[in-house]
Design a protein around this ligand. Structure first.
Ligand SMILES: [Zn+2]
Length: 107
């Protein structure tokens, strides 16, 4: 997995944990697959410039987490804006990390 270049990086120290800047996450931080217990890995999906324009997206590549054993993934319809959001979502389990998800999404 190549480390992403971040275009709109904010370098102020107070923003260092902000989801917009924390776009790269160590794969070792991912929990095991909730279905089969298999290893999870980051994956990406890239959209065409036509789709980007239609959806008014500012990025063509979105991130998600997938189980390498059974293929379960949390891509949803589109994917997540960065690895951090994908990882927080993947690591969420019922009753856990609700606050972390809300914080990561700026709610
Ligand atoms: Zn699995």
């Amino acid at each position: 997995m190549k480390k992403q270049k971040e275009d709109a990086r904010v370098d102020t120290p107070s923003d260092s944990t902000d989801s917009r800047t924390a776009s790269w996450v160590a794969p070792s931080s991912l929990k095991a697959c909730p279905f089969c217990g298999g290893e999870a890995a980051f994956a990406t999906v890239r959209y065409s410039s036509v789709t980007m324009a239609e959806q008014e997206w500012e990025q063509d590549m979105f991130h998600y987490v997938s189980c390498v054993a059974c293929g379960a993934c949390n891509r949803g319809l589109v994917g997540h804006r960065n690895q951090f959001l994908a990882a927080v979502r993947w690591n969420s389990r019922p009753g856990e990390h609700r606050a972390a998800v809300a914080k990561a999404e700026g709610r």
